[in-house]
Design a protein around this ligand. Structure first.
Ligand SMILES: Cc1cc2nc3c(=O)[nH]c(=O)nc-3n(C[C@H](O)[C@H](O)[C@H](O)COP(=O)(O)O)c2cc1C
Length: 348
């Protein structure tokens, strides 16, 4: 009997370790699975906080700084699909009715605020915008974009659950956006960065030149990790880095998509193509958001990646640029004619 114990232990260890191997999922797979599952929190005391003045569940809060543990931003990020609000009412019917009415009113008001976040910025339909989208060949070099419009475009680059086109991919953002801002009202010209995945902040800070300012931009939605890196006229740099193309310097801003690279490829070599899918989605969003506010964009595939990395102080391949883009007020080339899609099969 004594001799059997080590054997039994060995069998248990082998079984346990093979189970562990079977259960090993990559972080992408875990994230995908989590996104597919409906996750419900069966009890939160959030309505108590809603009764407090100034509470807005549409913005990110921090429980360590007097905020709550629940808000829509973190619900979306964390993949929480629904919650049950707990409501405490006194047992007397009169009190209970009054309190219930107050809570209902508070919830209605918050609901109104949440939907107000999805502002209408154009009367054009999605179809109109998609069909009229064209790449700009030249920009006017003078038009300034409003800060709200610009921030909205950045916000649209952050994935939202169950929202196209983000529902087409299953991984967390690996691409961050380095912006050459030329003409955005309320922002000094210079080099800026939008970090699309909070978990990359430390590693970006460690990999970019230590001369970067990392100045958080005021009056920006809390969930946007948007920083100024360098205050400077970035027009020459952006044109030069984009194979000397003036579309990068004459727009309101241009940008380079800086991807997490070594760590991403360690997951699997096939992640390489995922990086380009993600960059393509970002490009499409920028194209359509620009059209929606009467601007235009152009994808920039011709750029000097080594020089761009050098500008940022990047010395290895932990982060690499995968695509560039530019946005501004386009000058139309009268030599080009745009016809409607499928014009040749139109009957009317
Ligand atoms: C991945 C990609 C890279 C591009 N690179 C450049 C570029 O470096 N310079 C440029 O002027 N246009 C560039 N463009 C714009 C293309 O020239 C343009 O998309 C193409 O002529 C089709 O026109 P359309 O976008 O109006 O349909 C790029 C477009 C894409 C999708």
């Amino acid at each position: 009997m004594k001799r059997r114990i080590p054997l039994l232990v060995a069998v248990i260890i082998i079984l346990a370790s093979s189970q562990a191997c079977k259960r090993m999922l990559s972080s992408d797979e875990i994230y995908k699975l989590h996104k597919e599952l409906n996750t419900i929190d069966s009890h939160t005391d959030t309505p108590l906080r809603m009764m407090r003045q100034g509470t807005d569940l549409a913005i990110r809060t921090d429980p360590r700084k007097n905020g709550g543990k629940v808000d829509l931003v973190r619900m979306e990020e964390g993949g929480l699909d629904g919650i049950f609000f707990a409501v405490f009412v006194l047992s007397s019917p009169a009190f209970s009715n009054q309190e219930t009415d107050e809570i209902n009113a508070a919830i209605k008001e918050k609901k109104a605020k949440w939907t107000a976040g999805e502002t209408t910025i154009t009367k054009l339909s999605a179809k109109d915008i998609i069909q009229r989208r064209r790449s700009a060949q030249r920009f006017d070099g003078i038009t300034t974009v409003e800060k709200d419009e610009f921030l909205r475009m950045l916000d649209m680059l952050i994935p939202r659950r169950d929202t196209p086109p983000w529902d087409a991919i299953s991984w967390q953002p690996r691409i961050h956006v380095v912006l050459f801002i030329h003409r955005v009202k309320g922002l000094e010209p210079g080099l800026y960065i939008l970090i699309r995945n909070e978990s990359a902040i430390d590693s970006l800070k460690a990999n970019l030149s230590d001369k970067m300012e990392w100045l958080p931009i005021e009056k920006t939605p809390d969930h946007l990790n948007f920083y100024r890196l360098v205050k400077a006229n970035a027009q020459n740099a952006s044109a030069t880095l984009s194979c000397h193309q003036h579309i990068a310097s004459d727009g309101a801003f241009s940008l380079g998509m800086l991807s997490e690279f070594d760590a991403a490829l360690e997951t699997s070599p096939c992640v390489y193509k995922h990086l380009y899918w993600e960059a393509g989605i970002l490009g499409h969003i920028l194209y359509l958001e620009a059209e929606a506010i009467d601007l235009q964009g152009t994808g920039i595939g011709c750029y000097f990646d080594d020089a761009f990395h050098e500008l940022l102080g990047i010395t290895d391949t932990q982060f690499q640029s995968v695509y560039h883009f530019t946005v501004g007020a386009a000058l139309n080339d009268s030599r080009l004619r745009t016809i409607l899609p499928y014009e040749h099969i139109r009957r009317d």
